[in-house]
Design a protein around this ligand. Structure first.
Ligand SMILES: Cc1cc2nc3c(=O)[nH]c(=O)nc-3n(C[C@H](O)[C@H](O)[C@H](O)COP(=O)(O)O)c2cc1C
Length: 330
């Protein structure tokens, strides 16, 4: 049975990839993941703010440079609070490349066009097999229209694409007004794939202290549904790769993402909860499912449930929406 898949032009032994997370901070842990069957690993992100702060510090020879908006900058972690400072990040790519046989995907995280995007080149020189560019952003400025935000994002993606030869994937938010249009624009620019989606870590309110309480809740399978919908919508339109990220917790979830059109399925929460060995269970489950359904390789069923044969996916979605609402009686 052949579980191989091609993701971003990289040949992977199977579709399960470790999503951006602390798992790549230790070569020892990364090797355990590889031994348990991980087909590639995405490193935690290096952030635009981190790189900018370092570059300013270098220019001014001070650790905490003066800011045009000191209050805004104070929201961000101090330099020392980031797990990997930029130089350490590059060394970690080198270490992972030495320790692993599977592809290592570096992750850059930012949205504003600027000098920080040069780090893509440095990640490539350190040996990264691909870059995942995470465009995490909450569009809170009422003065900025969707078009302006997307223009900035596309310019940022262009800067990264122009600085490297290795493939670049873009990790998207689900909150674009026209996600299909934006994904196609990325592909036309040269991005080799999109990752669906970023998870937004929604802070809670502490009503005693009247404070905002940041919290990191791990996902569950219910979060996969949003990814399945957009994988199914995008899969017929994109020539490049699609990865699911968010809510993959079981073999069934892996199969669903592949049926919707994913080339790779990223996992983080399920491994944080269960440890690297769960990968062997997921892969064994995938093999059994394929055997039961008579599939020899992943390409035979990838995208079988996408919306390629649906003449109007928008109308289809609206029809389903209405049916669901009408199904309730009180
Ligand atoms: C502890 C932790 C750290 C993460 N760090 C990053 C990161 O640095 N960059 C990034 O793009 N995503 C990061 N993520 C998000 C994951 O890559 C992934 O998109 C998200 O957890 C959804 O997948 P899951 O349902 O399998 O957890 C992180 C997630 C967790 C739980």
């Amino acid at each position: 049975m052949d579980l191989t898949t091609t993701y971003l032009g990289l040949k992977l032994s199977n579709p399960i990839v470790i999503g951006a997370s602390p798992f790549s901070d230790s070569t020892h842990v990364a090797r355990q993941l590889q031994d348990a069957g991980a087909a590639a690993v995405v490193m935690r992100s290096l952030f635009e703010e981190q790189i900018d702060a370092e570059q300013r510090a270098l220019r001014h020879h001070v650790e905490t440079p003066a800011e045009s908006n000191p209050e805004a900058t104070s929201f961000f972690p101090n330099f020392a609070e980031y797990q990997l400072v930029p130089d350490h990040y590059l060394r970690q790519i080198e270490d992972l490349k030495r320790a692993l046989a599977i592809p290592v995907i570096a992750s850059l995280n930012g949205t504003n066009p600027g000098g920080w995007t040069n780090y893509a080149k440095r990640c490539e020189s350190a040996g990264a097999d691909a870059i995942e560019l995470n465009l995490y952003q909450l569009a809170t400025d009422p003065a900025k229209a969707a078009d302006d935000l997307e223009a900035d994002m596309l310019e940022t993606v262009g800067l990264v694409l122009n600085s490297v030869k290795i493939p670049v994937a873009v990790k998207l938010s689900p909150f674009h007004t026209a996600p299909a249009h934006f994904a196609l624009a990325l592909e036309r620019m040269g991005a080799k794939g999109v990752v669906l989606f970023n998870r937004f870590y929604q802070p809670d309110f502490d009503v005693e202290e009247l404070d905002v309480a940041p919290q990191l809740k791990l996902s569950d399978s219910s979060e996969l549904l949003l990814r399945l919908r957009w994988l199914a919508v995008l899969s017929p339109h994109l020539k490049g790769s699609l990865a699911a990220s968010g809510g993959v917790h079981s073999t069934r979830d892996v199969v669903k993402a592949l049926l919707a059109g994913a080339h790779a399925v990223q996992v983080v929460s399920v491994l944080l909860k269960n440890g690297p060995r769960l990968l062997t269970t997921l892969l064994a489950g995938l093999r059994s499912w394929m055997e039961e359904h008579g599939y020899e390789n992943v390409d035979e069923f990838r995208g079988a449930m996408n919306l390629a044969r649906c003449p109007d996916p928008g109308a289809f979605e609206r029809a389903n929406y209405q049916k669901i609402l009408q199904s309730w009686r009180v």
